[in-house]
Design a protein around this ligand. Structure first.
Ligand code: SF4
Length: 332
């Protein structure tokens, strides 16, 4: 066991249950690349709920304590609550990241199946900006209804993730902060990242965590908080007047690779050890080839113990051109 693995144990698993999404976010799945002719994974290549549950059980045996269901958009996968019910008996923090547009009718069933919490991606309260960023034809209210339904179903604390991109939605930062203050929901601002190869990322389009915090602090004074647990990605700040807290995820300007304990499983069964990975380890041949749990466990462990990812610390003009896996394929 290397010093690095001892320092960065496997604790957090992101499970992408589909590579499909009903949004076309400019920073993740731009419509110019993911157009109507885009070839998504054929059903036969997507892991079944039984296969996912088997792999997650093995990951939990290796130390995973938090399982996040992601996508694409996980709620476009039918009967997701069935998978949640399979995973709920495992002693993990079972959560889901969604764009919220399909959440309102599903929240109760997901909570009843055993889901603990949700994180909802929302990049603006302004309908025009929201539509422009996500290429959707419906208003923000649909997502806000999803958040309200999740709250009513007890899927709390709810985190709301906002990716801030200069020239598109930085003017939404303060209205979002104002709207979510005092609600108990934790608004988290995410620096725009060079994920995948299709979003045309430029450093100039990044609004830094420092700028975001300063902009809010000028209106709603903030004070920094320590991390809630080791490996927490968000820098935490609380409102001095007690109206709750915010988070900032600063992968570009203040990387946090040193404490990264996250692995990712794609919808077709490949294991990735970094959000900016260029390749993964395909577990499906073992899974569908009759391998036992021990063999699968050894395969996962061999990948994790060989891990040396530190992309955000090494980001440079040279790394920007790497053929990175799309975030929509391995989950944010
Ligand atoms: S860049 Fe990779 S190693 Fe660094 S924090 Fe992100 S996922 Fe972890």
């Amino acid at each position: 066991m290397t010093v690095d693995v001892l320092r960065r144990p496997l604790r957090d698993l992101r499970v992408s249950v589909t590579d499909r999404c009903n949004f076309r976010c400019v920073y993740c799945m731009p419509k110019e690349v993911f157009g109507k002719d885009h070839a998504f994974l054929p059903h036969s290549q997507v892991l079944s709920f039984e296969e996912i549950a088997r792999l997650v059980r093995i990951f939990v045996g290796l130390g995973v304590r938090k399982v996040r269901l992601t996508g694409g958009e996980p709620l476009v996968r039918r009967d997701l609550e069935r998978l949640v019910a399979m995973l709920a008996p495992l002693d993990v923090d079972l959560t889901l990241t969604t764009n919220g547009s399909l959440l309102a009718p599903k929240a109760r069933a997901l909570a009843d199946a055993g889901l603990k919490r949700v994180t909802v991606s929302l990049d603006s309260l302004d309908d025009e900006t929201f539509r422009r960023m996500n290429d959707v034809g419906f208003p923000v209210q649909r997502v806000l209804d999803g958040i309200a339904a999740a709250d009513a179903a007890g899927l709390a604390p709810i985190k709301v993730n906002m990716v801030v991109r200069r020239g598109i939605n930085e003017t939404s930062v303060l209205p979002m902060a104002r709207a979510f203050r005092g609600t108990g929901h934790i608004l988290r601002f995410i620096e725009y990242m060079d994920v995948g190869t299709s979003n045309g990322w430029r450093l100039d389009d990044v609004v830094s965590a420092r700028e975001i915090v300063a902009a809010i602090d000028r209106v709603f004074p903030l004070e920094p908080q320590g991390p809630a647990y080791r490996g927490e990605v968000a820098g935490r700040y609380r409102y001095r007047d007690g109206a709750g807290e915010i988070g900032v995820i600063s992968s570009v300007t203040q990387p946090f690779c040193a404490d990264c304990t996250r692995a990712r499983l794609s919808a077709d069964g490949s294991l990735y050890t970094c959000l900016f990975a260029t390749e993964g380890r395909d577990l499906r041949p073992l899974l569908r080839g009759g391998a036992g749990d021990e063999e699968l466990r050894e395969a996962i462990e061999s990948v994790w113990t060989a891990r040396a990812d530190r992309y955000s610390e090494l980001r440079s003009a040279d790394t920007a051109g790497l053929k990175k896996i799309e975030m929509s394929f391995i989950g944010g």
